[in-house]
Design a binder for this molecule. Structure first.
Ligand SMILES: O=C(O)CCC(=O)C(=O)O
Ligand SMILES: [Fe+2]
Length: 323
């Protein structure tokens, strides 16, 4: 394994608030941590340490999400993006349209060319990416999911890379309200227990840029509300309770997949609308690896069919915009 540097003490981005200083808070009792978390602003940023701290734990329990400030250095962020560019070119040149049964979705970019929007199993084509997502610094995140949790780079949808952009030819300028629980109902046939999703973020996304939004506290709602409070992947309006999860390149978020969340579209177009995220599955259920012979599951087939229709409409919009 090469080139993996631990995060250096890079200067903060000019507009980045300093993460919460927890040096005096590491020994708090769970109850004191909860009392303290109750008073923290929802935009609090945390530092990923050797262990998840009492305050981080309490914040996650209460609100259903956590942001770890810049767990990847700027050079690692650049390398992830260049690896994804390389894989995108590779897929386009070989005509590969799915990886381990997960369809790769391409929209049409500003230049009229296919542009990657979602790819599962991203680390199948990059040893470097595989070593980044399994790096020792993420061990506390693994233990937060469960003592027996493993990083499922060959399971579920593998490492999922998302690219949202707002262009006429885009398949995915946004992602409407959903819980990730629905996916697990499809995969496992039952309501999941606590499930945490771990995402890397590669762009500076301000509230006015759209971005990741979540309704704090909905991770403890009833199964009925998890499934039916909004129409999954359809309802996409602003919600007075939603919190915008502001990110800086290199941030890591953990959110409870039972909470309602969405990605709001950027009001901008072109490069300014670009938002890139990457989700790494941490798995505790039975080992079910996938390989190049794996079939597309029913859930993905439904989404993929919807994406094909969206793709046709997007191509038509793109052609019109180009005339
Ligand atoms: O891009 C993101 O940050 C969120 C993606 C997401 O919620 C999903 O893929 O289920
Ligand atoms: Fe999600």
């Amino acid at each position: 394994m090469s080139a993996l540097s631990l995060v250096s003490d890079d200067a903060l981005y000019a507009d980045e608030p300093a993460p919460l200083d927890e040096s005096e808070l590491l020994k708090l009792s769970p109850l004191d941590a909860r009392t303290l978390a109750d008073d923290l602003p929802l935009g609090t940023r945390f530092t990923l340490r050797e262990d998840i701290t009492p305050v981080q734990w309490a914040f996650l329990q209460k609100y259903g999400f956590l942001v770890f400030a810049r767990v990847c250095s700027p050079s690692e962020v650049a390398k992830v993006l260049s690896e994804v560019d390389r894989i995108e070119k590779l897929l386009l040149s070989t005509g590969q349209t799915e990886i381990c049964g997960v369809p790769v979705w391409f929209g049409t970019g500003e230049d009229g060319q296919p542009k990657l929007q979602r790819m599962g199993f991203s680390s199948m084509h990059s040893e470097w990416l595989e070593s980044l997502v399994t790096d020792a610094r993420f061990e506390p995140v693994r233990r937060l999911i469960g003592e027996n949790a493993r990083i499922g780079t060959r399971e579920k949808d593998g490492v999922v890379f998302n690219q949202y952009f707002n262009e006429p030819g885009s398949l995915r300028p946004d992602l409407a309200w959903h819980t990730d629980a629905l996916r697990d109902v499809f995969y496992n046939g039952e309501m999941p227990g606590p499930m945490l999703n771990v995402g890397f973020h590669f762009d500076r996304i301000k509230p006015e840029d759209g971005g990741l939004r979540l309704i704090p506290g909905t991770h403890t709602q009833s199964a009925w509300s998890t499934l039916f409070h909004k129409v999954h992947f359809v309802t996409n309006d602003d919600d007075p309770r939603e919190v915008m999860v502001e990110t800086w390149p290199g941030d890591l978020t953990v959110h409870d997949g039972r909470a309602w969340h969405r990605v709001k579209a950027s009001p901008h177009t072109g490069a300014r609308s670009l938002r890139r995220s990457m989700y790494v599955p941490y798995v505790i259920d039975a080992y079910q690896p996938k390989d190049e012979n794996s079939k597309t599951n029913a859930y993905m087939r439904v989404l993929d069919a919807a994406m094909r229709v969206k793709g046709l409409l997007a191509k038509r919009r793109d052609r019109k915009a180009r005339r």
